[in-house]
Design a protein around this ligand. Structure first.
Ligand SMILES: NC(=O)c1ccc[n+]([C@@H]2O[C@H](COP(=O)([O-])OP(=O)(O)OC[C@H]3O[C@@H](n4cnc5c(N)ncnc54)[C@H](OP(=O)(O)O)[C@@H]3O)[C@@H](O)[C@H]2O)c1
Length: 202
C-alpha cells in the first residue's frame, strides 16, 4: 500500500518516515517536502512542494490511491500557517479529489497535533462530514525523546507524559495502515504502550 507523509524532514516526521519504510504492508512512501530528503530507499519517492498552502489537483490526483497521509508539519510557536492553514488546505483539497473516486476504504489521515491543537478540530470535522472517504486519527504525544540518553527521563515521566521518537514513528506507521479501530484522538499512554509493543513484535 502507498502512504503519503508531510514533514518527513522533521524530528518526529523522520521517525514516521523510517518506520513507514520498514513497515511490511507499506510498499511505497511518498514524502512531500520543501527540500530534498538526504535518504534514498527503494520504497521512497520524494516530491518537492513549493507551497504547502496550495495543492493543485494534478499533484493530489496522482496519489488518490494512497491509503493515507501521516501529517507531521508543525511548529512549537503556534504558527498559524504551519499549524492550521497548511493541514486544512491539504485536507480540503484532498477530500475533493477523493470524493470523485471510488475507494474500498476511507483515506486515513494521521494528524500530529501541534502546539495549540487548533487544526485537530478541523481534522476531526473532516472525518465527520466525509465519513465515506475520510478517517482521522489525531495523535497527541507528550514530550518526545529522540536520544538514548533521554531514556531515564522518559522512564521517570512515565507513559502519560513522554514517548520515544521511535515508538511514536512506529505507532503512526501502524495507524495509517491499520488504525480503523483506534480512537480518533490518541493520547501519549496509548502511543507509548502500543509503539513499544509493535517494536517488540517486529
Ligand atoms: N517534539 C515534541 O515533544 C512534540 C510533542 C507533541 C507535539 N509536537 C508537535 O509536533 C510537530 C512537529 O514536531 P517536530 O519536533 O517534528 O518539529 P520539527 O523537527 O521542527 O519539524 C517540523 C517539520 O515541519 C516542516 N516545515 C516547517 N516549516 C515549513 C514550511 N513553511 N513549509 C513546509 N514544511 C515546513 C519542516 O520542514 P523543513 O525541514 O524543511 O524545515 C519539518 O519537516 C510540532 O507541531 C510540535 O508542536 C511535538
Amino acid at each position: 500500500m502507498k502512504v503519503l507523509i508531510a514533514g518527513a524532514t522533521g524530528g518526529i516526521g523522520s521517525q514516521a518516515l523510517r518506520q513507514s519504510l520498514a513497515h511490511p504492508h507499506i510498499t511505497k512512501v511518498v514524502a512531500l517536502t520543501r527540500r530534498n530528503l538526504s535518504l534514498e530507499h527503494p520504497k521512497l519517492e520524494n516530491i518537492l512542494i513549493k507551497d504547502f498552502g496550495k495543492w493543485p489537483d494534478h499533484v493530489l490526483n496522482q496519489h488518490a490511491d494512497a491509503a493515507g497521509m501521516i501529517w507531521c508539519i508543525g511548529s512549537y510557536s503556534g504558527d498559524e500557517k504551519l499549524d492550521f492553514e497548511y493541514p486544512v488546505a491539504f485536507m480540503e483539497a484532498m477530500v475533493k479529489v477523493l470524493d470523485a473516486k471510488n475507494r474500498d476504504a476511507p483515506f486515513r489521515y494521521v494528524h500530529l497535533s501541534g502546539k495549540f491543537g487548533k487544526s485537530d478540530t478541523a481534522a476531526l470535522a473532516m472525518a465527520e462530514k466525509h465519513a465515506d472517504v475520510w478517517h482521522t486519527c489525531v495523535v497527541k504525544p507528550g514530550g518526545v525523546a529522540h536520544h538514548p540518553w533521554q531514556d531515564l527521563g522518559v522512564w521517570l515521566m512515565g507513559d502519560n507524559w513522554a514517548v520515544r521518537g521511535q515508538e511514536l514513528g512506529t505507532f503512526m506507521a501502524y495507524l495509517v495502515v491499520d488504525g480503523q479501530r483506534e480512537s480518533s484522538i490518541i493520547l501519549n499512554d496509548r502511543i507509548a504502550q502500543k509503539g513499544r509493543a509493535l517494536l517488540r513484535e517486529a
